[in-house]
Design a protein around this ligand. Structure first.
Ligand code: AMP
Ligand code: ZN
Length: 147
């Protein structure tokens, strides 16, 4: 997959919709459209890089910094008992979108466990609900609650 037919590059360019939660020179973060749980967020580098092996070290650092900020915002908004960060490299690892992305997945102990690499059975989320949640996450990011 090249940048020209990449859905995440289309989101970066504003050509495809997304419920955005964070945007700076290096990274973009938005709600996963088929969430594994409420508050499932993806962080991507703006430059098209297929996977971890293609990522520059400073891009990896920028994604990690953004994930750290978002972790605090998700905790403020959803108060989950736990938070999973994961990312998949290559189809054999379960990667389906070949533009590097970090998943942030809020978790509660009483919820059924999920296989991050299994896509079947996942339903697209209601877009209005994603936008509402994205707004609350943006507010938490902007507020002094996030350090
Ligand atoms: P992975 O299996 O790690 O490649 O995960 C790709 C993720 O991207 C999945 O969780 C999808 O639900 C998500 N995804 C695919 N297309 C979109 C999109 N247009 N907007 C938001 N999330 C998407
Ligand atoms: Zn891309």
């Amino acid at each position: 997959m090249s940048a020209s037919d990449c859905i995440f590059c289309a989101i970066v360019a504003g050509l495809a919709p997304a419920a955005r939660v964070f945007d700076d020179d290096d990274c973009l973060a938005f709600m996963d459209i088929q969430p594994l749980a409420r508050g499932h967020v993806l962080v991507i580098p703006k430059r098209h890089a297929e996977n971890l092996f293609d990522l520059e070290a400073d891009e990896a650092a920028a994604v990690a910094r953004t994930a750290k900020q978002l972790a605090h915002a998700l905790r403020t908004v959803l108060e989950p008992e736990g938070l999973r960060l994961f990312q998949l490299n290559g189809a054999a690892a379960g990667q389906t979108v070949f533009h590097y992305h970090m998943h942030l997945l809020p978790r509660n102990a009483d919820e059924p466990d999920v296989n991050p690499a299994a896509l079947h059975g996942r339903k697209p989320a209601d877009r209005a609900e994603l936008e509402e949640l994205a707004g609350r996450i943006r507010t938490a990011l902007d507020s002094h609650l996030v350090s």
